[in-house]
Design a protein around this ligand. Sequence first.
Ligand SMILES: [Zn+2]
Length: 447
Amino acid sequence: MRRNLIGQVSMLRHRDIRNLSFRAVKIASFQRVLPGGQLKPWQPAWAPIWCLFPLGGPRRMAWMKDKLRAESSPHIAFHDWLSERKEEMAALLAELVAIPTENPPGNNCRACTDFLEQRIRELGLECKRIVPAGAGSAGEDVPASLLASYGSGERRLYFHGHYDVVPAQSVEQFRPMRKENFLFGRGSCDMKGGIVAMLYAMLAIRECGVELNGRIGLMLVPDEETGGQRGSGRLAREGLLGQGGVGMLLAEPTSGVVWNANRGAISLRVRVLGKSAHVGLQHQGTNAFERMHRVVERLQELKREVEQRNTRCAVGAEQRRNSILMLGGQSGGGTNFNVVPEECWFTVDRRINPEENLAEEKARLLGALEECREMGIPLEWEVLQEGGSAASGEDEALGMGRRLALNCVPGCWKRGSMQKPECLPTPMVRDCSQWRMDRTSTWTCGR
Ligand SMILES: [Zn+2]
């Protein structure tokens, strides 16, 4: 029933909304990598988290001890603060889900950013609206981004999220439904729930009185669901992404594992042209299907070559390490069985490993198509999507902080264990690649 009602609707699942709290606690724990910049060498997993404060440590330790009093675990102060606000967080999430920010085409960006900006300001955080250069009149649905921040100074740990959602199957999906410990609605999990969790993580840090050696910046963007060119891509092109960044944490739903890398993508639709004729006069036509077959053969040569390459990233059991070139995800052409096809088309989906370079692989792919043209095959192509790959090493500073932060969150990682969390490259194009352009460490984790 639940599935039938909502189809593939995202859901935020948690015990008594505690998942939201847990995620926020997990993110709140991250602030401890900021002070001083230099993290201490790897500590035993059961070390108290305040050992991460290299500057003014004893004073903060005293504060934390006072704050925590008889509490045995440092995450409890954050957790308690957040737990008291679980209904408030759930209500905010419901209001966000009710704004149908479907993408494509990219609806209601203004309504969503107006709502978020107002709410962020009411909660006492700074909020800057970043409008695309040359944006139109006040009434236009401009795909703006928001940057909320807390703290001071130039160094920033970024939280990042997108407020667009994939199209719904029914308007019902924009009427959020609370049922027991679940909140249903399009985008509740991917990733308006993440936005609420990150926002309240910032508030928890402020309200629990933790000092920061820098800022936390919460960047909220549109257009992630269709590649990010009007969101993170634009910010990156305009030099507005990752300024002063020491790292970025993205609260996309990952089922609890950590994504430290993502594949890139270049996807094409290739159209091969011929000349139509009746089957009885086929000698007067040129068969586009047979021409397309030659193009496919050339691309299969490239496929055999690129799929020899393997990523060094750890990947899940269900994934393969090899680079990917898939042909014919969609294809079509011709008008009838007794007519020489005038046009045939097929798609190419090239997914590059984190170690591969998008520009090089795109040039190689298009070069193969150019060769076909030189062989006398008339063809054209359309780029459906493109985005670079990205990877953050597990030993990068934020990665170390991430290990420790995760270790302090019950249920997120086996407590007291030195076992590493599962790190996987996601096969999808993500905003992470834009952040990696300036070598910002990026990590993605959510429930
Ligand atoms: Zn998402």
